[in-house]
Design a protein. Structure first.
Length: 89
């Protein structure tokens, strides 16, 4: 669900049964996740996550080949591997 902050900035609100605020914040520090504006545990085991809306040019890695008619570049894959190494470290 999309929304807007009082200052006109676009936000994305999602609800999930499994979510890690700590991992999200770690990903923000690595530059691979949108800024987290809010996080709340709500009834029935749900999490509400409010984050900066992703840019319109955002593409899921699983859809990269369909959009670009090519495989992800070696640099992109190296950036992903490096971020995963840092998260697992």
């Amino acid at each position: 669900m999309r929304g807007e902050l009082g200052n006109g900035r676009s936000i994305y609100i999602k609800f999930a049964h499994h979510y890690s605020k700590e991992v999200h914040l770690a990903c923000v520090s690595l530059g691979c996740a949108p800024i987290l504006h809010g996080f709340k545990v709500i009834p029935s085991g749900w999490f509400m996550v409010i984050m900066e809306d992703l840019k319109e040019d955002y593409i899921r890695l699983s859809e990269y080949s369909n959009v670009h008619n090519d495989s992800p570049t070696a640099k992109l894959l190296d950036n992903i591997k490096n971020a995963l190494r840092q998260l697992h470290g």
